[in-house]
Design a protein around this ligand. Structure first.
Ligand code: AMP
Length: 113
């Protein structure tokens, strides 16, 4: 069964895509938690971090570089931003397709809720 994010990548479900390259696709979260809230999703799906092997090191690197590209395009670099990776049940991961949240445009507290 393709994940929701695979369907977005395939163009079967509409999304507001803000960045894409050969490795990742980034689109606005449908329920934004901040003025900027973009999801960076690898084109090749991994359900969670535990599914990644050594061969996936480049994919994981491209995920971070994709997040940085989004931050630059959204003008977040100077003020800063937060990257979030919800991995598994306790973290509240909803979509079993590894992804980074890029959130910014306001301040964030620590520790996270
Ligand atoms: P996570 O909890 O880390 O798995 O995050 C999944 C995120 O996907 C949530 O922040 C949702 O708001 C977001 N989301 C769910 N459906 C869509 C959609 N169709 N387009 C964009 N974002 C979505």
């Amino acid at each position: 069964m393709p994940t929701l994010f695979e369907k977005i990548i395939a163009g079967e479900i509409p999304a507001d895509i803000v960045y894409e390259d050969e490795h990742v696709v980034a689109f606005r979260d449908i329920e934004p938690a901040a003025p900027v809230h973009v999801l960076v999703v690898p084109r090749r799906p991994l359900p969670h971090l535990e599914a990644a092997g050594r061969d996936d090191a480049k994919l994981l690197g491209h995920l971070f570089l994709g997040a940085r590209a989004v931050a630059e395009r959204e003008d977040l670099t100077e003020k800063g931003y937060r990257l979030v990776l919800n991995n598994g049940r306790d973290a509240g991961q909803e979509v079993p397709h590894l992804h980074l949240h890029v959130v910014g445009g306001r301040g964030f507290g620590w520790p996270p809720g």
